[in-house]
Ligand binder design. Structure first.
Ligand SMILES: Cc1cc2nc3c(=O)[nH]c(=O)nc-3n(C[C@H](O)[C@H](O)[C@H](O)COP(=O)(O)OP(=O)(O)OC[C@H]3O[C@@H](n4cnc5c(N)ncnc54)[C@H](O)[C@@H]3O)c2cc1C
Length: 330
């Protein structure tokens, strides 16, 4: 039997992250040519109820690692689990979502296994011998590097969220589930999370949103973001921001998109009053459709935009909101 593909299916608060299921979908597509098994790993303090989703999204086998010590993410403990499993399983590749957790875990697992790591891939193919050919943006998204690890075993890869499609969910009842005997002998976490507090709001997570309405300094002040909130509510979108407005204290840092903020890949990105500096582009250039609203026809964002509206956002955004509401009302 060919070496399998291992997928780390990230969960938080009892929910599997979409990015992990997308990695599972891509693993299943890659496994077809080589007749490989796809093993889904779910780690946490109480993850037994979460096995159905990876099964229905194509996993041929599910491994769970369950222990109270795993209730919140710990680099060292999670690395031990993934690396120990990989050492026995000898997967040709280990895939996970390029989330904050995935990016951290991938580097440490690769270091432990002395294997290659490729972060934030936007395309991934596999050759017959299991060698991966991965495409990843570099230089803030200006170029794309095509990377091939020299050793086609235990290649660790993170996949940018919202790029790879999910497999259609199908009922699956006979997928084997294995429980790992968790042991942390010799693994001493250098840091422990003592308390994690959710923010008071129930905002959509930017990295998972399929539509983002984003605002920059053109909004003139924090109160005017209400215009974007209204458009976002009509579209079912999340609200993002440029660094300039985050630095000004108009929006929290978790809203920042770009080189020093979040990387997003929504289906639709509406940039309002954002100039489109290279550092902003680094976080959103892989959006499928980009709409820019800016009153300066020479703003760099128009070079990137699929559709550009030259005009005053204070006139255009409310009109758009109205139009979307009318369309939705049918
Ligand atoms: C190391 C480093 C890292 C950085 N990381 C990031 C990052 O992660 N994310 C990020 O965003 N930036 C980042 N930056 C900052 C970046 O270089 C820009 O300064 C920033 O993106 C500009 O934000 P902005 O487009 O909102 O503001 P501005 O550049 O001031 O642009 C405002 C835009 O609004 C338009 N406008 C004004 N009024 C209206 C109106 N009424 N209607 C329509 N349009 C209007 C203007 O024409 C202009 O184009 C980084 C910079 C450095 C050096």
């Amino acid at each position: 039997m060919a070496n399998p593909i291992l997928v780390f299916c990230e969960q938080r608060d009892g929910h599997l992250k979409k990015a992990g299921l997308e990695a599972l979908g891509q693993a299943c597509r890659l496994s077809k040519a080589g007749g490989r098994d796809v093993v889904a790993l779910v780690v946490g303090s109480s993850v037994s109820p979460l096995t159905q989703e990876p099964a229905s999204h194509g996993a041929s086998r599910i491994v769970i690692a369950e222990d109270p010590a795993l209730s919140s993410y710990s680099s060292e403990l999670f690395t031990t689990i993934v690396a120990d499993l990989a050492a026995g399983l000898k997967p040709v590749a280990i895939l996970m979502g390029a989330t904050a957790m995935g990016k951290d875990l991938a580097t440490k697992v690769a270091a432990r296994l002395k294997s290659a790591v490729i972060q934030d891939c936007v395309a991934l193919e596999m050759e017959a011998d299991g060698s991966l050919i991965a495409t990843r943006p570099i230089y803030g998204g200006k170029l794309r590097a095509v990377v091939k690890p020299t050793n086609p075993l235990m290649q660790v890869v993170t996949l940018r969220p919202n790029i790879f499609s999910l497999l259609e969910s199908k009922p699956a009842s006979d997928v084997p589930i294995e429980r790992l005997a968790v042991s942390f002998d010799g693994t001493r976490p250098m840091a422990r999370i003592r308390d994690a507090r959710a923010t008071a709001d129930d905002k959509k997570e930017l990295t998972e949103a399929s539509i983002i309405v984003s605002g920059g300094r053109g909004l003139k002040g924090p109160d005017n973001f209400i215009l974007l909130e209204e458009l976002a509510a009509a579209l079912g979108a999340a609200v993002g921001a440029s660094r300039a407005v985050v630095d000004a204290g108009w929006r929290p840092h978790r809203d920042q998109i770009g080189l020093t903020g979040k990387t997003v890949s929504p289906q639709l990105y509406i940039a309002c009053g954002i100039s489109g500096a290279i550092q902003h582009q680094a976080g959103m250039s892989s959006a499928r459709t980009i709409v820019a609203i800016n009153n300066n026809p020479n703003a760099p964002i128009f070079k990137l935009a699929t559709y550009g509206i030259v005009g005053d956002l204070f006139e255009i955004v409310p009109l758009l909101t109205e139009e979307v509401k009318n369309l939705r009302a049918g």
